[in-house]
Design a binder for this molecule. Structure first.
Ligand code: TXA
Ligand code: MG
Length: 351
C-alpha cells in the first residue's frame, strides 16, 4: 500500500493554488482532466517543456497539446481561427476536443516540435479549468504516462509511471471520459480528424458538415499526419492480439487461442466486458466496462490494460467492438495497444 499512501500524501500537500504556482515557476505538475491525466508545464518555457519529454521518455518530434482556461488565451497562441474552428469551439469547449491551428510563435519550440501549427484545447474538468485559470499561463500537457504505456485515468496510474520524475500531482479522482481528446486539424477547408477521441466523428459532422478522416487512422499502412499516432502506444507489456469477427466466431477463437497458449505454459489474459466475464476460461479474464454502455468501455479501457501488467499477463486476447461513435475511438486504441496484431476469427463451418 506504499504507493497509495504517497499519492494521498501528495494529494493533501498540493492543492490548486500551489499547483498553479508550481506551473508558473517552470515545474512539472500532473493534473486531472475529463479525458486522462495530463503532465503540465508552462508552454512558453522551452526549459520547462523539455522536462516533460524527459520525464515521459517521449520522442521530441511528437508535439504537445496546449491547454487553456479562458477563450481569450487562444488569440495569444494562434494567428488565425477559421470558421470551422470557431463553431467547433462554440459547441465543444470546454471539452475533449483539440484543434490544430497555425501558431504565432508564442509557445516554446519544443511544444510544436518545429511544426507551423499548435494543438489547443480547453478541458472541462473543474479542477483542470480552475488550475489553468489560476496559473494564467498556457499549459503544455501530454498524457501523464511513461511514453508507450496506457494513458493514466487515475492519480495512482500517474504515480506508478512518474513518481520521482515530476514535481507535483493533483488528484481529482478517476477521469470521466477515459480516452484522450479528439484532435481535429482545422487549417484546411475541410476539417481533418487526426485522432479519434472523446468527441465522436458523428458529433463533429453534425456541427461542421464534412470531416475528412486521416487515412493513417484507417489503414495502418499509411503514415498518420498526427506525429503521435505513429508510435507504439497504449500498450500493455504482454503480447496483445485483437480478435475480430461475429460474436460467436470471436468468442470461440479467443477461447481456442487462450487454451493453446496455456498449453504452451504462457500466462494468458482475456479482455472482455462485464456481460461476458463468465464465458471465458483463462488465467485472467478482465472487463473494461459494459458492452451495452460504450462510454463505460472508453472510461475503463486503460485501467484494464494496466491491470494485465500488474497481473503479469504474457499473452492477451482482446475482444473487438463496433466502429461507430465512441467505439471508433476504443477500436483505435485497441489496435494501437495490439501494435497491429489482429486476428480475424474464422467463420464457424458448423451451424
Ligand atoms: O485528452 C488529451 O488530449 C490529453 C489530456 C492531458 O489533455 N492529452 C494528450 O496529449 O493526449 P498527448 O501528448 O498524449 O497527445 C497529443 C496528440 C499527439 O498525437 C500529437 O501528435 C498530436 O496530439 N498533436 C499535437 N500537436 C499537433 C500538431 N501541431 N499537429 C498534429 N498533431 C498534433
Ligand atoms: Mg499520450
Amino acid at each position: 500500500e506504499q504507493p497509495h499512501d504517497s499519492v494521498d500524501g501528495l494529494k493533501r500537500e498540493i492543492g490548486i493554488r500551489e499547483a498553479a504556482a508550481m506551473l508558473r515557476e517552470g515545474k512539472l505538475v500532473a493534473f486531472p482532466t475529463e479525458t486522462v491525466y495530463g503532465l503540465g508545464a508552462d508552454a512558453r518555457s522551452d526549459e520547462a517543456v523539455k522536462k516533460i519529454f524527459q520525464a515521459k521518455g517521449r520522442p521530441s518530434d511528437n508535439p504537445l497539446i496546449v491547454h487553456i482556461g479562458k477563450r481569450e488565451q487562444l488569440d495569444e497562441l494562434v494567428s488565425t481561427l477559421p470558421d470551422t474552428g470557431r463553431v467547433l469551439i462554440e459547441r465543444f469547449w470546454p471539452g475533449p476536443l483539440t484543434l490544430i491551428l497555425p501558431h504565432r510563435g508564442t509557445v516554446a519550440p519544443s511544444v510544436t516540435a518545429g511544426l507551423r501549427t499548435v494543438g489547443v484545447r480547453m478541458p472541462s474538468h473543474p479542477v483542470a479549468l480552475a488550475l489553468l485559470q489560476e496559473a494564467g499561463v498556457p499549459v503544455a500537457a501530454p498524457s501523464a504516462n511513461r511514453s508507450g504505456r496506457p494513458s493514466p485515468t487515475e492519480a495512482e496510474h500517474v504515480w506508478e509511471d512518474l513518481a520521482g520524475r515530476i514535481d507535483g500531482l493533483l488528484d481529482g479522482g478517476p477521469s470521466g471520459v477515459g480516452v484522450e481528446s479528439t484532435v481535429v486539424d482545422v487549417t484546411e477547408e475541410v476539417p481533418i480528424l487526426l485522432r479519434p477521441g472523446g468527441i465522436t466523428l458523428e458529433a463533429l459532422k453534425k456541427v461542421v458538415g464534412e470531416v475528412r478522416v486521416d487515412p493513417g487512422l484507417q489503414a495502418e499502412a499509411q503514415r498518420p499526419r498526427s506525429p503521435g499516432m505513429k508510435y507504439r502506444h497504449y500498450a500493455p507489456n504482454g503480447e496483445m492480439w485483437l480478435v475480430t469477427g461475429t460474436e460467436a466466431d470471436m468468442m470461440r477463437t479467443i477461447q481456442r487461442l487462450a487454451d493453446d497458449a496455456a498449453a504452451q505454459g504462457r500466462r494468458v489474459g482475456i479482455l472482455t466486458t462485464d456481460e461476458r466475464l463468465m464465458r471465458y476460461k483463462a488465467d485472467w479474464v478482465v472487463s473494461c466496462g459494459r458492452r451495452s454502455e460504450p462510454e463505460s468501455v472508453a472510461r475503463g479501457l486503460y485501467a484494464a490494460l494496466r491491470r494485465f501488467d500488474e497481473l503479469g499477463a504474457e499473452y492477451i486476447l482482446a475482444e473487438s467492438f463496433p466502429v461507430d461513435g465512441i467505439w471508433f475511438t476504443v477500436m483505435n486504441r485497441l489496435r494501437k495497444a495490439a501494435e497491429g496484431r489482429i486476428i480475424h476469427a474464422e467463420r464457424s463451418t458448423s451451424s
